[in-house]
Design a binder for this molecule. Structure first.
Ligand SMILES: Cc1cc2nc3c(=O)[nH]c(=O)nc-3n(C[C@H](O)[C@H](O)[C@H](O)COP(=O)(O)OP(=O)(O)OC[C@H]3O[C@@H](n4cnc5c(N)ncnc54)[C@H](O)[C@@H]3O)c2cc1C
Length: 408
């Protein structure tokens, strides 16, 4: 399945190092299928445990939705904390938000040793009320975030007006979030891991799996790969084994404006989003551009039709002009991409309930990168046989998790 269509921005920001597949080893402790954000972060966590790891990627490293990711890293989720508390209870909801907050710290540490720090920069976030009736929601959210010690401020309409180029009835200002160039991050992390012994195989489709006792054999056109544990970090594509019960694949749009050295951005170059669903979001880049995305549609495949792509790019540009009326923008980059969301707004992470040698890390949702990070750590614990009490929050064995019967 094609995951995006149109003109991507991140692959133009640096020259991707060339890649040569290594020789296949006799056996690996773990084989990861999919070399995107989730695959590389999982490989990093498992390599740190001293395990031998190979990653099989059917295309190129970071060529999936990682290259379309707009790179907003936030501890707040598509589902607000007080709404998640209603769904799974306050204690678990707060724990999940804490995991997201901590995942940002870990991403910061990993980015810190990569070239250009993969353009990881700490930013605050501003979530504005799209309409007056959403102010109550922001008040409830502020109360719960504040009570549990998350760094947050409530802004009324006057503060919003004084600090932002547009007006809104209220906003939540949250601190310690970040922006990143996710493509750079994954490509450079791959380079680092390769130099530390992780084997990455591009153009290698990991689809046919045979079992020999406890051994799994992945048959590919380049040869057989042997392991006892397989981790699927296959993103929004069809799973080689199994199906998710509670997930939708939609499509989204994003544009990236041309450089404008005159435009200094807005308040603290915060990551901006809103209470409406689907929401509009925007951020700046290190080279003075603006990325704005949203306008999600209930279709799995990215738009292909040029007229449709044009219409959606224009619509996003108009939204941007509406928010920042005193500047003129043009957008040389625009694309459509598939985007996975789970019914309960939680990612799918863990060991297959029946097929014990299979693990999944599918970070469906707007906070996908943060999910990839916290998922990599949970899987490292599960694979090393350590107890991880957080795993139950995102387990495949839940109402909206994995279909039990293997669906080959
Ligand atoms: C428009 C858009 C904006 C987004 N913005 C944000 C954002 O601001 N912040 C954020 O946190 N998240 C964001 N996301 C989500 C984020 O992109 C995803 O969470 C993230 O890319 C998922 O990474 P992944 O490694 O799981 O998937 P992918 O990057 O898609 O990687 C999966 C890889 O698996 C490979 N693969 C699949 N099947 C096989 C197989 N059988 N054999 C071998 N290889 C296989 C694919 O080729 C692919 O390269 C956004 C997504 C979109 C589409």
């Amino acid at each position: 399945m094609e995951l995006h269509n149109g003109m991507l921005y991140w692959p133009t920001t640096f020259v991707k190092p060339s890649h040569t597949n290594p020789a296949i080893k006799g056996r690996y402790d773990v084989i990861i299928i999919g070399a995107g954000m989730s695959g590389l972060l999982t490989a990093n966590a498992l390599m740190n445990e001293g395990l031998s790891v190979a990653i099989l990627e059917r295309n190129e490293i970071a060529s999936g939705s990682t290259s379309a990711n707009t790179g907003l890293l936030q501890y707040s989720n598509d589902i607000m904390l007080h709404e998640l508390a209603e769904q799974i209870g306050e204690q678990d909801a707060v724990r999940f938000y804490t995991l997201c907050y901590e995942a940002l710290e870990t991403l910061d540490k990993i980015a810190a040793i990569l070239p250009d720090k993969a353009d990881f920069i700490r930013r605050p976030s501003i979530c504005f009320a799209s309409k007056k009736s959403d102010v109550k929601k922001l008040e409830a959210e502020f109360e719960m975030l504040h009570r549990h010690g998350f760094p947050v401020e409530f802004w009324n309409d006057i503060i919003v007006k004084n600090r932002l180029p547009f007006e809104a009835p209220a906003a939540l200002y949250t601190m310690n979030d970040a922006e990143i160039n996710p493509f750079k991050f994954v490509v450079y992390l791959a380079e680092q891991l390769k130099s530390q012994g992780v084997h990455i195989f591009e153009n290698t489709f990991g689809n046919i799996i045979e079992e020999e006792g406890t051994q799994q054999i992945i048959k590919t056109m380049h040869g057989d790969f042997k392991t006892s544990r397989i981790v699927y970090t296959t993103g929004y594509g069809r799973l080689p084994y199994g199906k998710m019960k509670g997930a939708n694949i939609n499509r989204s749009y994003a544009i990236v404006t041309e450089q404008n050295p005159r435009f200094k951005g807005w308040y603290e170059k915060a990551l901006i989003w809103e209470t409406a669903r689907p929401y509009l979001y925007l951020r700046t880049t290190v080279d003075n551009r603006i990325i704005i995305g949203g306008l999600d549609e209930n279709r799995a495949h990215p738009a292909k039709d040029e007229e449709k792509m044009d219409t959606m790019a224009k619509a996003l540009l108009e939204k941007l002009q509406g928010l920042i009326p005193n500047e003129q923008f043009h957008a040389p980059y625009s694309y459509s991409a598939s985007f996975g969301e789970s019914y309960d707004n939680l990612p799918f992470i863990g060991q297959h309930p029946q097929e014990k040698s299979h693990y999944y890390l599918l970070g469906y949702g707007g906070n996908g990168t943060v999910y990839s990070m916290l998922g990599a750590e949970i899987l490292a614990d599960l694979i090393m046989g350590r107890a991880n009490d957080d795993a139950r929050l995102v387990t495949l064995d839940r109402k909206y998790g994995l279909k039990m019967k293997m669906d080959v």
